[in-house]
Design a protein around this ligand. Structure first.
Ligand SMILES: [Zn+2]
Length: 414
């Protein structure tokens, strides 16, 4: 297959990645950072220029657009997120393209100590001759998810320029704040108006993901009895000691992120704040199954109750809130969106791979809200850090997948 999209994809990724659009979990606003509008407004303008219809920036900071169908078929949504991860420096990204990768180590102009080696990252060794995009050493690249944006924009430009290609209606959404778990506004499913959708936010070529964690958040509050330490004998109840006891009693050797993988879930203490009179501990609870998630929440409650029993004068509360659910629960009822992607993948000579994601995607929430949304590969690797990289030719395969998929969806719908 000739990769006619390579140059366009490279140009788009380099242009988008240079724009700082990092999100911020501590900000209460929506989008969480004003700088995300830099990307949103640019995409609004570019969508208009390539001839997309109904181009709109919503008040919750999503860019929506339509590619009208050239034939009957279900309406398919294509999504990517414009924000980059808060975990690493994302200001002043200087994307750099290593043309025709020679198989050796890749070094970085702004950090001579940094090395991207094919021995350490064997997937890179497979990309001999590819054009590899990286950052310059001091920032992440932001291929997560500017690669997804570039893939969707390239596919959209191609379809709009070639109205002879048969496809059903396509709805595009570029969303903010995915990295902080706030990418899906309650209004998005209705505004998108798609029968099913795909996020382009996955890694290696062939990945088609439809299983994610189910996730709850928990907050434990411990209120002690506060009194001057000089007169505290028999009266003071120190919340710090009780909080420590709760954390100590939880299974650290078997049920934390640092000791689990594959299909195992965990209870992860993310934050502990407060003082002797009152303490607050935040947890995230993860499991692939509802039962496992409920059991882990129940265990946390029992630990709190047990510590409470040792000190009736304290008040310990444990509040558990749902965050998102494994999208498999809905997709296994109707695997059409997954099967279409798998068939399209095989048509391109690629073997589809589905591995459960130890995390959530915007698709987890969208699927739960009625728009089945599996996640497709873009090629992005080593995300959220300075060694982030992507092959332009992998992005071209994702673009081919997108176009093949839309053709198949229209045929399947007839
Ligand atoms: Zn992402």
């Amino acid at each position: 297959m000739t990769h006619t999209f390579d140059q366009e994809l490279e140009d788009r990724l380099v242009r988008y990645a240079a724009i700082d659009s990092q999100s911020d979990a501590d900000s209460p606003s929506s989008p969480s950072t004003g700088i995300q509008f830099g990307m949103l407004r640019l995409l609004e303008q570019e969508l208009g220029e390539i001839g997309a219809k109904d181009v709109q920036v919503t008040e919750y900071g999503a860019v929506l657009a339509t590619i009208p169908g050239t034939t009957e078929g279900p309406t398919v949504g294509l999504l990517a997120h414009v924000d980059t991860a808060p975990q690493f420096n994302a200001t002043g990204v200087k994307p750099r393209v290593v043309k025709g990768y020679n198989g050796g180590e890749i070094t970085f102009p702004d950090d001579p100590a940094l090395v991207l080696s094919p021995e350490e990252y064997p997937y890179l060794a497979e990309k001999l001759g590819h054009d590899i995009v990286t950052a310059s050493g001091t920032t992440l690249l932001g291929a997560d998810d500017k690669a997804g944006v570039a893939i969707i924009m390239t596919a959209a430009r191609h379809l709009l320029a070639n109205p002879g290609i048969p496809h059903g209606p396509v709805r595009i959404a570029f969303t903010p704040d995915e990295e902080i778990g706030r990418g899906v506004d309650p209004k998005l499913p209705a505004d998108l108006g798609a029968d099913f959708a795909y996020t382009f936010d996955g890694g290696r070529v062939g990945e088609i993901e439809y299983e994610t964690f189910s996730a709850d958040g928990a907050e434990v509050r411990i209120t002690g009895v506060s009194i001057h330490p000089g007169f505290a004998k028999g009266k003071m109840v120190n919340a710090i000691h009780l909080a420590s006891r709760i954390v100590e009693t939880l299974p650290q050797a078997t049920m934390t992120p640092e000791v689990t993988d594959g299909l195992e879930g965990f209870v992860h203490a993310t934050e502990m704040t407060g003082g002797s009179s009152e303490m607050k501990i935040k947890f995230i609870i993860r499991d692939f199954e509802r039962e496992g998630l409920a059991a882990k929440g129940e265990m946390l409650r029992q630990v709190c109750a047990a510590v409470q029993a040792t000190e009736p004068r304290a008040t310990i509360t444990c509040e558990i809130r749902p965050q998102y659910r494994n999208m498999r629960y809905w997709l296994e009822e109707d695997m059409t969106p997954v099967d279409l992607a798998r068939d399209a993948c095989r048509d391109l000579g690629l073997e589809p791979v589905s591995v459960p994601i130890r995390g959530g995607t915007d698709g987890s929430r969208l699927t739960e809200m009625g728009v089945p949304t599996p996640n497709l590969f873009t090629g992005m690797q080593n995300i959220h850090g300075p060694l982030e990289w992507i092959s332009v030719q992998d992005m071209a395969k994702a673009t081919d997948l997108c176009l093949t998929l839309l053709g198949k969806a229209a045929t399947a719908g007839r």
